[in-house]
Design a protein around this ligand. Structure first.
Ligand SMILES: Cc1ncc(COP(=O)(O)O)c(C=O)c1O
Length: 371
């Protein structure tokens, strides 16, 4: 499939859509395929409805395993990254000597809120200051002191568009006996990810952004090395090793990541997301990344370097280009909005995320507006 054929796979709209870091655009065929998988068995009053629905969730986990190079059993559906964070923290027993969670001021606030509230008085959050270069492993080395129990590593930080060296940080954490928790909300489906190579303890993500699978289909990956140590407090019958045992006096954790699941699960978001994941896996993340680099490089080469806020070096950038125009920011925002460019603006600048739904002609039109 050529890049122009990729564009045609997405719903039609009269704008240049550059918001895949926020809400990815849906594929044209999603509505009909998700309807077939979710509604049809329900409308047919099929008595095996849960068999159909659970197969949809199973397919979601299998597609994640392909995308991220992990075992299907190590993935558990979650409604959001924040809810996964709370479940992780409440599943671990506290070591009084190590009660600090290390994270960066440039991480996503919702994750900090969840860590703070789920940790209660037992844990203390320590922030790497916003000015520090979180892509420098020496910064992590200095900050991972003997009181640190867990590090939060955001693969791509949404404020500054910076990619962090996850594998170096997880290696460092392991050497220091520190648990690692990796947030891939901004990198899944746009940067290659190899969970086997990372060897983290926990990885959390969602499908609403670059995967284009809509909200509600979050996930948690738990390393087989730590699963036995995890005793989630928020459970339900789907966290049981045999959900259909129905012995009220006997709860047994599922042996795999599903112990983090809970009660009767939602289904529709996962059915939708499984089809988006299938499409992403068919195209291949290496091709998606190459397409993104080609389009972002076009913009980088066409504008003055003073406007570049996010990193340019390939190993330090994610999929989002952040541009700053200082006192001309508001004028630029208006110009882009008037021309039907879909983007957003945060404290550090204008965020633009070229993806499979964009082609070279759209980027040429954008460049004319930026200059
Ligand atoms: C880096 C990062 N983590 C997490 C989230 C979202 O977390 P949640 O699923 O809890 O809303 C976002 C959303 O923009 C994000 O950019």
């Amino acid at each position: 499939m050529s890049s122009d054929q990729w564009v045609e796979q997405f719903i039609s709209h009269n704008s240049i859509y550059l918001l895949s870091h926020s809400v990815g655009l849906p594929l044209r065929f999603l509505e009909s395929t998700a309807t077939a998988d979710f509604w049809q068995p329900w409308q047919n009053a099929d008595s095996e409805i849960w068999t159909h629905w659970l197969a949809g969730i199973d397919s979601f986990r299998a597609q994640l395993a392909v995308l991220l190079n992990g075992e299907k059993d190590s993935f558990c559906p979650q409604t959001s990254l924040s809810s996964a964070v709370a479940k992780i923290l409440n599943s671990l027993s506290l070591d009084k000597e190590r009660n600090c969670i290390l994270m960066s001021e440039e991480d996503f606030p919702s994750i900090a809120f969840a860590l703070q509230k789920a940790g209660g008085f037992d844990y203390r959050l320590k922030f790497i200051p916003a000015e520090a270069d979180t892509s420098d492993i020496d910064v992590w080395d200095k900050q991972t002191t003997s009181d640190v129990a867990m590090v939060l590593v955001t693969h791509v930080q949404s404020n500054n568009g910076r990619q962090l060296p996850v594998q170096l940080i997880t290696n460092l954490s392991r050497q220091k006996d520190i648990l690692s928790l990796v947030d891939i909300a901004q990198s899944a489906a746009i940067l290659p990810i190899d969970l086997q190579a990372w060897d983290a303890d926990f990885v959390i993500g969602s499908c609403v952004k670059w995967i284009g699978g809509g909200p509600g289909a979050g996930f948690l990956w738990v390393s087989p090395d730590v699963i036995e140590r995890c005793e989630p407090q928020s459970v339900g019958w789907f966290s049981h090793s045999n959900p259909f045992e129905f012995d009220i006096h006997n709860f047994n954790y599922a042996p795999d990541a599903l112990r983090f699941w809970g009660g009767t699960p939602s289904v529709f978001p996962y059915v939708i997301a499984s089809h988006s994941l299938k499409f992403i896996n068919n195209v291949g993340v290496d091709n998606i990344r190459a397409h993104n680099i080609e389009l972002v490089d076009k913009i980088i080469q066409a504008i003055s370097p003073e406007h570049l806020v996010s990193p340019v070096e390939l190993e330090r950038r994610g999929g989002t280009l952040i541009l700053g125009f200082r006192d001309r920011d508001q004028d630029m925002i208006k110009r882009l909005r008037d021309a039907h460019v879909q983007f957003d603006a945060r404290a550090k600048g204008i965020r633009l995320s070229p993806h499979l739904c964009n082609n070279s002609q759209q980027i040429d039109a954008l460049i004319k507006l930026l200059n």
